[in-house]
Design a protein around this ligand. Sequence first.
Ligand code: PAF
Length: 265
Amino acid sequence: MEVIGSVGRMQRQAAVWRAAGLKIAFVPTMGALHEGHLSLVRLARKRGDRVVVSIYVNPTQFGPKEDFARYPRPRRRDLELCRKEGVDAVFAPSTLYRSDASTRVIETEKSLGRCGRHRPGHFDGVATVVVKLLNIVQPDVAIFGQKDAQQCDVIERVVRDLDLPVKIVRGPIVRDRNGLALSSRNTYLSAEEMEVALNLPRVLRAVKSKRQMTMRQRERMARERLRRVKGLTLDYVEAAGAYLCAAVRVGGTRLIDNVRITGNG
Ligand code: PAF
């Protein structure tokens, strides 16, 4: 497995693979890899001849009061997991931004509402770094987790609007045995906070099962139930297409989740 730190080297490696007719499948991450990420890597393996994982904690998608500094960075463990999964190259730059960079990618519809309302500028940072990563890795397919549903919406729109030659694939949410969606931020939770956090998937599951309810009724019910949970602060419950999405805060940890609402529940 190649571990590549420079933009030029990654671009050259991608060009060599492409010239040989090999299909590149790409999983962008911020590291602190868990089973959710590894499931995306396995999807990538099925979709491409070469698999690239990027590991980069992107500063521009964190707000000034967010957890950029304490975001977990278990680099050796991440590389070991990638090696075990048969990843061909890990792109792990120390920085991706020039000090005088003056260009940003701003999506102006899908990034509104939900997390966009609670994390101003977050999706500008995501869109900008993802476009940079796609230009560097030059993948045929890029795989993102459905847990970050709004991120997927924003990226799909950016790729469409900018005619980027890449197919975006969503990988399903992976949950722990108690139903909590896997996230690198789950490691921040104490045992008591974990108990509180489990109310998020529990409530989403409960409203998903209400077959007779409209999306609006489910939204309202989830909001009411989550507001009643002690130790949990609700950021939002909001429908987006077929998905009911929610974000909560437990202690200092922000958690997001979503469920697909189908016609009959
Ligand atoms: O989902 C993430 O881990 C990040 O938002 C991404 C897509 C790697 C961009 O930094």
